[in-house]
Design a protein around this ligand. Structure first.
Ligand code: ZN
Length: 187
């Protein structure tokens, strides 16, 4: 299994008004740009962040400044539980990790064996229609998301889920959608 690389999250330090981002490996000044970043560290295949600061160094080192990661993950989680195709293994894993519980506890909550959960998360076993929905509901419950808006979405969205389709989730999210107030990454 390929483990996602740990995310190098650097604090956005703005010294003397210039971009003084130093490479953590060779200490050279890094070349920083605000742009699009494939957020593979989330464990998901097709999540792109728009407007984040990506710094590159001539030595090959790369770092990205992602503000408000908790809120970002919440936004991704809501997009997953309201998508209209079946959840993939990686998506189930993302949701479980985002509520911060172990595979053992999650399996207990869903009412399945730990080994079944592993097979789900590794796409080695098909998740039934009702378990797919149960996972979404458990996620919303653990996250304390129960606003009227989401409830309506569930009522309408769940009917539309094409469970036979496991389409790869593609999600592009501009930084302003999860960071309130002025965009701290803007140069
Ligand atoms: Zn370097």
């Amino acid at each position: 299994m390929i483990r996602p690389k740990p995310l190098a999250v650097l604090l956005f330090v703005n010294i003397n008004g210039g971009d003084q981002m130093k490479c953590p490996t060779c200490n050279k000044k890094m070349d920083c740009k605000t742009g699009k970043y494939q957020y593979s560290e989330s464990g998901l295949d097709n999540v792109y962040l728009l407007g984040v600061e990506v710094c590159k160094c001539s030595c090959g080192e790369r770092s990205v400044s992602i503000p408000a990661i908790m809120e970002l993950h919440r936004v991704i989680g809501i997009a997953l539980v309201t998508k209209d195709t079946a959840l993939t293994g990686k998506e189930i894993k993302f949701l479980r990790k985002n509520i911060g519980i172990s595979g053992k506890v999650f399996a207990e909550v869903i009412g399945i064996d730990r080994s079944t959960l592993s097979r789900w998360e590794n796409d080695n076993q098909v998740v039934s229609k009702s378990n797919d929905r149960l996972i979404r509901l458990v996620y919303l419950n653990f996250k304390g998301i129960a606003q009227k808006k989401i409830q309506i979405q569930i009522r309408d969205k769940f009917k539309e889920i094409k469970h036979e389709k496991k389409k790869s989730f593609r999600f592009t999210i501009p930084v302003k959608d999860w960071v309130p107030g002025p965009n701290m990454c803007e140069i």
